[in-house]
Design a protein around this ligand. Structure first.
Ligand SMILES: NC(=O)c1ccc[n+]([C@@H]2O[C@H](COP(=O)([O-])OP(=O)(O)OC[C@H]3O[C@@H](n4cnc5c(N)ncnc54)[C@H](O)[C@@H]3O)[C@@H](O)[C@H]2O)c1
Ligand SMILES: O=C(O)[C@H](O)COP(=O)(O)O
Length: 528
């Protein structure tokens, strides 16, 4: 899937390399930062791409006001400032640059852990103010202490391995990481309730999602070691700020290192009191703010835009890859050229399936079955089948991004399974309350083109090339003559380029014509 990318708005302070790279390849770029929402919406009407960091909020309102927007790029990791659901429904691609700033975020986290342990920030401030408070700022060693890492993804595991060098024992929790996986980078996996009483420091590296909002809350502080220190370089809102302030004031929490806040920049309570608290070391969302990280994410997002831009020559486009797909797994799959003909086949089979059930698409259950070696893990084919099924049955704007959302809304469910076997095929079976059960089977031949192998129980010996100008006729019994169908088509002005038959419980005739297939009516024959 690709986009005509003529003009891009960069609405946050992204490194200049991003603009340079896009401009070098003929993409027009406008940089306007801190735009009020109405101005952002007005400006976006002129652009098909938008690049942001965390400051611009790409809300449903902004997306609704930007009819030409096709792609949003986040030069960074967290996408909680982008309404992914609204973007997906609109068919807008969302990309990010996962990993581009992980080391920088990790290093800031480690420095906050060390600053907390040794009171670096308040001691420095006190000295600048003319005091010599050696006793007041006595700290603690990290050696032998337990660091709990919540979220063992890219940043969490980098933090763990660095803090192990200080002799810290690292424990952690992540629903997606097994105990063996965690052990491979020196972290003992524990349940959260086991972690609270043993941790001296807790550092958070999860996304902000409903399951992690207020993960560190008042009840948690009651279960923790008295004086536990909290570090949050992930997202504001994962730590309940009011509960943290209370715990700092009553001693349940011994200190906090905060880079992120519920409101950025912070203007209200309790955030302001937290920042001013003597046991808090706070930075203004600086995790990714290093030259290295900013250059990396700027180049990575520009490269991904270029990889998808249809107005960039294919040989240039192929130099770049899409590495941070947020809302369209099928998009990543299209980057592998070997998948492309299968994606086309699945779309054509989806279109044929819709024709088989006379367009009665809503409330259809679809089963997609792949066979043959190398066809495992092709889950993205379901999106393509749905895009084919829904073509012409939904409002404008259907694409591979929003097909699953639109299908779900239409009550269409889809599942994919894989069977062994030698021949590489895709079978799409549709089950519909009124239209009954039908299936189409296809394959991709050596010419990389999609072929229909069978409809229901009728098999085309050589396969039939699928695509435009393919007419399918079903005879109600095998007595219906192919000659009758062909003559009727010719009499209607069709130029026939090929014919094929398949016989099962019904007879099927596949006819390719040079132009659009004329509408014909023959008793006992159904045009599909
Ligand atoms: N401060 C900054 O400037 C800065 C910079 C980069 C990233 N970040 C933030 O850091 C966070 C982590 O980034 P990352 O690149 O490591 O992401 P990641 O996706 O690699 O890792 C996140 C991990 O959190 C885990 N997780 C999800 N729900 C969880 C839960 N309920 N409990 C425990 N773990 C859970 C996931 O399974 C995943 O392994 C993100 O929120 C990101 O936005 C902040
Ligand atoms: O999620 C991220 O990538 C970080 O929070 C960085 O955000 P920023 O690009 O606004 O610095």
């Amino acid at each position: 899937m690709a986009v005509a990318l003529k003009s891009v708005l960069v609405s946050d302070a992204v490194d200049a390399r991003c603009v340079d790279l896009l401009a070098e390849h003929g993409v027009h770029v406008t940089c306007r930062y801190r735009l009020p929402v109405p101005e952002l919406i007005a400006e976006l009407k002129n652009h098909d791409g938008l690049i942001v960091r965390s400051d611009t909020k790409v809300t449903a309102e902004v997306l609704a006001g930007a009819p030409n927007l096709r792609i949003v790029g986040r030069a960074g990791t967290g996408v909680d400032n982008i309404d992914i659901e609204a973007a997906t429904r609109k068919g807008v691609i969302v990309l990010n640059t996962p990993g581009g700033n992980s080391i920088s975020a990790c290093e800031l986290t480690c420095s906050l852990i060390m600053s907390l342990a040794r009171n670096v920030a308040p001691a420095c401030q006190s000295l600048k103010e003319g005091r010599w408070d050696r006793k007041l700022y006595t700290g603690c060693e990290l050696y032998g202490k337990t660091l709990a890492v919540l979220g063992l993804g890219r940043i969490g595991r980098e933090v763990a391995s660095r803090m192990q060098a200080f002799g810290m024992k690292t424990v952690g929790f992540d629903p997606m990481v097994t105990a063996e996986g965690a052990a491979s980078f020196g972290v003992q996996k524990m349940e959260l309730d086991e972690i609270w009483p043993v941790a001296d420091f807790i550092t958070i590296h999860t996304p902000l999602i409903p399951q992690t909002r207020n993960l560190i809350n008042d009840a948690v502080f009651n279960k923790c070691k008295r004086g536990v220190r909290i570090i949050n370089c992930a997202r504001g809102g994962i730590v309940d700020e009011a509960a943290l302030l209370q715990a700092l004031n009553d001693g349940r929490c011994g200190g906090a290192g905060l880079d992120v806040f519920i409101e950025e920049p912070p203007r209200s309570e309790p955030t302001l009191s937290l920042i001013r608290h003597p046991a808090v070391v706070a930075t203004p969302h600086l995790g990714a703010s290093t030259q290295e990280a900013q250059q990396r994410v700027a180049v990575e997002i520009a490269e991904q835009f270029l990889a998808l831009a249809t107005n960039v020559p294919p040989q240039v486009r192929s130099e770049f890859t899409v590495t941070g797909v947020v809302n369209a797994p099928v998009l990543a799959a299209t980057m592998n050229q070997g998948n492309v003909p299968w994606i086309s086949l699945a779309k054509e089979l989806g279109k044929l399936s819709a024709r088989m059930i006379q367009g009665a698409v809503p409330k259809t259950t679809i089963q997609v079955v792949t066979t043959g070696e190398g066809m495992e893990n092709m889950k993205f084919l379901t999106t393509s089948v749905l895009a084919g099924m829904l073509a012409g049955h939904t409002s404008n704007g259907l694409n591979l991004i929003n097909a699953p959302t639109l299908a779900k809304e239409a009550g269409i469910s889809v599942a994919l399974t894989h069977n062994g076997g030698d021949l590489r095929t895709v079978r799409v079976t549709t089950v519909h309350p009124q239209a009954g059960t039908h299936s189409v089977i296809g394959t991709v031949k050596a010419d990389d083109l999609p072929y229909l192998l069978a409809i229901d129980d009728a098999r085309f010996e050589q396969g039939v090339l699928v695509g435009s100008h393919l007419a399918l006729f079903q005879g109600q019994d095998t007595q219906v003559n192919l000659g009758t169908v062909v003559s009727a088509l010719i009499q209607s002005g069709a130029i026939i380029t090929s014919v094929a038959t398949a016989v099962g419980k019904n007879a099927w005739f596949a006819v390719h014509t040079a132009q659009d297939v004329p509408v014909i009516s023959i008793p006992g024959v159904v045009a599909v």
